[in-house]
Ligand binder design. Sequence first.
Ligand code: BEZ
Ligand code: FE
Length: 306
Amino acid sequence: MIAIDEKTITDVALAQMAGTRDPRLKEIMACLVKHLHAFAREIDLTPEEWIDGIKFLTAVGQTCTPYRQEFILLSDTLGLSSLINSLHDRRALENGTKTSLLGPFYRQDSPQRKLGESIAANPGPAEICIHGRVVDTAGKGIPNASVQIWQTDDEGVYDLQRNDPSVMDLRGTYHADAEGRYNLRTVRPLGYMIPMDGPVGDMIRAQGRHGYRPAHIHFLIGAPGYRELVTALYLRKDDHIDSDTVFGVTDSLVTETTKNDPASPFPNLPSISFDFQLAAAKAEDATGRVGADPSQITKKTVQSSH
Ligand code: BEZ
Ligand code: FE
């Protein structure tokens, strides 16, 4: 019988998990336990601090609904989602457009729209155009690539945050033309504060952080034979462009509208021109999504028997 103390406990716990059948699960859990124990030892975690952590994670879980994903928000605000995206890009066969956060407001099955259509129910004076091409890493257009887009309105609010979150607005799915060209209309989004009325907001305030994301537009782009791209374009003129609370901004994704763009299909509208580059797919590239439609996460899954 081994004496359990603050040093031996790690090996004892790992030994008990050694029979894990799935080798990747075994590797992940062993590494997690080692780092978790090392963290508790290094910080000399007290019972009060431990229960505060349990209360915090409980509140994070209790805040999740089919329309809200507080765990993804926690991952985002800790920089974990951004780190997972960077690791995902490093594993790609080729360097395409960089990945950026999917965020907690993605929804599956957004309305199918024709090129040139607007995603905004009420565009108003903030209307802009976004146009460009979806290309491979050699610059060749990818015909019929699917382009999903979602964003906040000109007040910085997503449809999921409105009174009736089942109504979809400022989202759409387009298909590029035979040369990979796409164009669409939308409104200039406003930067916004991440949802601050839950436990993650409490954490952000306790850390003296402002909680803002700079104005951005999300994209999920795919085509058969190519690696799915989850990314976003960020607007340079936003005050928080250099201090995104969720670490999604990177230089190559920062852009701005220009006036009288002769290449724009809507030259009278302020226009963003951006080409998205997709890397070739690898067999194991099932998805590049760090996140999901919140309603898919809360769905009950059938438990496998052991
Ligand atoms: C967003 O871009 O929608 C987002 C991402 C992370 C946290 C909150 C919002
Ligand atoms: Fe967003």
